[in-house]
Design a binder for this molecule. Structure first.
Ligand SMILES: NC(=O)c1ccc[n+]([C@@H]2O[C@H](COP(=O)([O-])OP(=O)(O)OC[C@H]3O[C@@H](n4cnc5c(N)ncnc54)[C@H](O)[C@@H]3O)[C@@H](O)[C@H]2O)c1
Length: 435
């Protein structure tokens, strides 16, 4: 069964099922289609399915032409009917892994997905979990459920964990040229997993278990969270000492070894860096281990929006104004530049704090035309077009996300006050405050 599955993958005869067609699943689906595979996409969001089945995209940084040409090959279809899972040879799970209200892992999407697929599993399939999660999830939550169907893992059914390294908006690295880590539940699972990913990426990195693969993904994201926490702390120290943190980083980054630059900002955002480290914190408690670095970095990073608000308050005060009643415009609300994802964005937290203090809030983000309702926040707002007239009515701009499309020179020339959280304005300007 193993040889047959590997052979069908090698000759692109295997049919691929991608479950969860979001920021991770959609580019993966495109890569499989572009590599010659027949792909069936599964999602519970019928709007996404309808759009994909018309050859349209719902993720701005993914070129609509790619979706259209994938669709035109006739090798791709999307559905919310999970019974089609029995048709595919490969099932790759890319569903969300958020945190619950007490910062505990919320595995309900993974569990619901596996439960929905279970009746349709058949011998000779491989399941690959790609959602980011704590070490042990594949064994504890997925393997046991597959075994409950009576399959023997590694003989008539195969299971791997392969973390996703998608970096939305990064035009240098894509699915094909980003090395992919794979860990198998057994050695034969690993062999099938290697065949699968070798067919779409340039370099596959095998590891000895699913747990190692799960932990490696957390290490990558914890490394970022901790280093961003460090540089945010240094930003606050530099601010007190009247030293420009951006100049400091630029200088330090000239060291050709032993230093990787990280950049400060208004806090952490996105579906990964603010969330994933706490998956490990939660799991480590089961082993009586405290994850002090993770929690300290979390503390510093989550305090950043308030620090920025203090800067706004101070700067308005110097101009004889208060936050209450001031018209404050957030420039960019995506969690990072040039993408349309505002999940966990610190800009949204800034909007919330400032509005609660009585500011009249607006935002400009061409990537997010209408504010998307969130679990904790809902602003009945649409993005405004930035021009001299609009800027003349604004008391303070908070530059939260430095999308390249903004006309920074015009904004600089036409604004009374800019709180720059991204170091976009490096010179000395009377209307710019670094925060
Ligand atoms: N976004 C990133 O840059 C990124 C990078 C690396 C890893 N990850 C990880 O990948 C996973 C997915 O993240 P994402 O950003 O693609 O999320 P997303 O919210 O963009 O996409 C998830 C998709 O899954 C669908 N879905 C939810 N429940 C489902 C179910 N039961 N069955 C089928 N589909 C279902 C949703 O409708 C959505 O379309 C997460 O674990 C995340 O941590 C994300």
């Amino acid at each position: 069964m193993q040889d047959q599955l590997i052979k069908s993958i090698k000759f692109q005869e295997a049919m691929i099922g991608i479950v969860g067609l979001g920021y991770v699943g959609l580019p993966l689906m495109l890569r499989f289609v572009e590599s010659g595979f027949q792909v069936l996409g599964f999602d519970i969001d019928s709007n996404k399915i309808d759009q994909l089945n018309c050859g349209e995209t719902y993720i701005k940084h993914i070129d609509p032409k790619r979706i259209k040409s994938a669709w035109e090959t006739g090798k791709f279809e999307a559905t919310n009917d999970f019974s089609y899972a029995q048709k595919v040879d490969v099932l790759i799970i890319c569903v969300p892994t958020p945190l619950g209200i007490h910062n505990e892992p919320d595995l309900s999407f993974i569990i619901n997905t596996v439960n929905a697929l279970i009746p349709y599993f058949r011998p000779g399939q491989i399941v690959s979990l790609e959602s980011t999660t704590y070490p042990g999830t594949t064994d504890e939550e997925v393997l046991s459920r597959i075994e409950s169907r009576g399959f023997t893992i590694g003989k008539d059914f195969f299971l791997v964990y392969s973390p996703e390294r998608e970096d939305p908006g990064n035009y240098n690295f894509n699915t094909a040229n980003t090395p992919k880590i794979v860990g198998g539940a057994t050695s034969s699972c690993l062999e099938v997993g290697l065949a699968l990913y070798n067919s779409i990426v340039d370099r596959v990195v095998p590891v000895s278990s699913t747990k190692v693969a799960e932990m490696s993904k957390l290490l990558e994201n914890i490394y970022r969270a901790v280093n961003i926490g460090l540089v945010n702390e240094l930003k606050m120290v530099c601010d007190r000492m009247d030293i420009n943190i951006w100049e400091v980083i630029e200088a330090a980054a000239t060291k050709p070894f032993g230093f990787t630059p990280f950049y400060p900002g208004p806090g952490l955002g996105g579906h990964c860096i603010p969330i994933d480290p706490f998956y490990l914190t939660w799991k480590a408690r089961e082993y009586n281990v405290d994850t002090r670095f993770i929690e300290l970095a979390g503390e510093i990073n989550t305090a950043m929006p308030q620090w920025v608000v203090d800067k706004v308050t101070e700067a308005l005060n110097e101009r004889g104004k208060s936050v209450k009643g001031s018209r404050i415009l957030l420039l960019g609300i995506a969690y990072k530049k040039n993408i349309d994802d505002s999940r966990e964005s610190p800009a949204v937290e800034l909007m919330d704090i400032l509005q609660k203090k009585g500011a009249i809030i607006s935002y400009a983000d061409p990537y997010i035309p209408v504010f998307p309702k969130k679990r904790r926040y809902d602003f009945n707002l649409s993005s405004v077009d930035i021009n001299a007239e609009v800027l003349s009515q604004i008391d303070c701009i908070v530059l939260a996300t430095d999308h390249d499309v903004f006309d920074y020179e015009m904004i600089l020339n036409k604004s009374d006050l800019i709180i720059d959280t991204r170091g976009r304005y490096r010179g000395c300007f009377s209307n710019v405050v670094n925060a």
